[in-house]
Design a protein around this ligand. Structure first.
Ligand SMILES: *[C@@H]1O[C@H](CO)[C@@H](O)[C@H](O)[C@H]1NC(C)=O
Ligand SMILES: *[C@@H]1O[C@H](CO)[C@@H](O)[C@H](O)[C@H]1NC(C)=O
Ligand SMILES: *[C@@H]1O[C@H](CO)[C@@H](O)[C@H](O)[C@H]1NC(C)=O
Ligand SMILES: *[C@@H]1O[C@H](CO)[C@@H](O)[C@H](O)[C@H]1NC(C)=O
Ligand SMILES: *[C@@H]1O[C@H](CO)[C@@H](O)[C@H](O)[C@H]1NC(C)=O
Length: 382
């Protein structure tokens, strides 16, 4: 074959390839019109701040929070973008503004997530003498905020007000970010067992999901708990001799979050049967985290357990006191946050958020896969 023909075929091939990718990408640059977001500090884009957020991380309203991307604090618990921000980018939508900012444009979504928030109402923790419960909002509070947000629409439920509810959920994705990690943290030092938390948290989360589905939510993502045993905070709260698992994390905490996710997925399974016209995707964060912790270098990370922004040095560079955590006087942040997985001892860096969100969006750590959900959305439009 002549080199000219080779060149011709190659050009033809590249053109076809480009055309096909363009034609795949162009008809639907925005699969969703808007996203309603729920969750805790892993997903909160600014509903809490220094004075209202989780007690141990009291310096979120100033640099170095936000230093990597926004170059100022946006009250996100990271050095930059969160998982949900990368999701917004991939859906071609602006970042979802916090519900409590009443001047923000909510055309393309609104974020109800609250840093430090629990799934079980706060009264439970107060009754049981929890000293760590501090943030008054819970997941049911976020549902109340959502109902307040859509009040003007007249949507009550899909049976009695179908047209109104269709308007609310038309082209909408409902995103329930990671939640319940604070529920397990709050029972530290109390008589409440983690089995009780699992039962109640999954019950409340299922209740909230069910209400949203009854209102007409059609496309829903539910993120499971991360591998909580891998965070510096977990190492700080257990004895130095606590058993570690195969990736070097606190075994008991990773089992706790794994068991929680199993119970949650069982409920999701029931909801899929009960609401067959809805599509519920599970975000398997737990396995995604574990994959990255087990192969950190492959994903570009040098430090797995050492906190980028903290104090105290040593293996974790983390002290769980508001006087010693990221942003407190005398603390500092590392030179290259993108090489660290942990930002402040509990929350992760933008670098890790980028990796984890990609794993979800590509489909390997979402069930059914997120690309499959996007295909269904596209099909529903033709
Ligand atoms: C923190 O959030 C609360 C509740 O939304 C708000 O009232 C307060 O003004 C905020 N404080 C700062 C410093 O932004
Ligand atoms: C609220 O949103 C507006 C509009 O996006 C923005 O200009 C303002 O800075 C936000 N307020 C806070 C406290 O973040
Ligand atoms: C809470 O603490 C008080 C005082 O120490 C004690 O009497 C009570 O039994 C505790 N409550 C629970 C639910 O353990
Ligand atoms: C745990 O239970 C014991 C026995 O009922 C009680 O004395 C104690 O106050 C409880 N602890 C907390 C933190 O409530
Ligand atoms: C905690 O409080 C609830 C009531 O809010 C109660 O049902 C439960 O038994 C309490 N104690 C424990 C140890 O869970």
């Amino acid at each position: 074959m002549s080199s000219f023909l080779n060149f011709f075929l190659l050009t033809l091939f590249i053109s076809i390839f480009l055309l096909s990718t363009v034609s795949l990408a162009t008809p639907n640059p925005r699969p969703f019109k808007k996203v309603y977001v729920f969750g805790d500090s892993y997903t909160d884009t600014g509903n809490t701040n220094d004075s209202t957020g989780p007690a141990v991380f009291r310096h979120v309203s100033a640099l170095p929070y936000g230093r990597t991307f926004f170059r100022r604090s946006t009250n996100r618990y990271s050095d930059g973008r969160l998982f949900i921000d990368f999701v917004a980018e991939s859906l071609n939508l602006p970042y979802f503004p916090p519900y409590l900012n009443k001047t923000a444009d909510t055309t393309h979504g609104v974020n109800f997530a609250v840093g430090g928030c629990t799934t079980i109402p706060i009264s439970f923790y107060i009754k049981n003498n929890s000293t760590l419960a501090a943030v008054p909002q819970s997941l049911p509070t976020q549902l109340t905020w959502f109902k307040d947000h859509i009040k003007g629409s007249g949507c009550k439920d899909i049976v009695s007000t179908p047209a109104q509810c269709r308007a609310v959920f038309d082209g909408a994705l409902v995103w329930i970010g990671e939640i319940s990690a604070n529920d397990y943290t709050n029972i530290y030092g109390t008589n409440v067992s983690s089995k009780t938390i699992q039962k109640l948290a999954v019950m409340y989360q299922t209740k909230v999901l069910k209400e949203l589905l009854k209102m007409g939510a059609k496309y829903v993502v539910v993120q499971g708990l991360p591998a909580t045993g891998c965070f510096p905070l977990s190492f700080a709260l257990v004895s130095p001799t606590a058993e570690l698992d195969d990736v070097g994390c606190v075994a008991m905490k990773n089992k706790e979050s794994y068991d929680h996710n199993m119970a949650l997925q069982a409920k999701l399974h029931h909801l899929r049967t009960e609401f067959p016209s809805a599509m519920i995707v599970y975000g398997d964060d737990w396995h995604a985290y574990r994959e990255v912790y087990a192969n950190a270098a492959k994903y570009g990370f040098v430090e797995r357990f050492k906190t980028c922004c903290g104090s105290g040095g040593g293996a974790y560079n983390f002290v769980p006191s508001p006087l010693r955590t990221c942003g407190a006087p005398g603390t500092s942040s590392c030179k290259h946050p993108s090489r660290f997985m942990s930002w402040d001892g509990l929350h992760v860096t933008e670098g890790l958020n980028r990796v984890l969100s990609k794993m979800f969006l590509d489909g390997a750590f979402s069930q059914p896969s997120f690309p499959h959900l996007l295909t269904k959305v596209a099909e529903s439009r033709v």
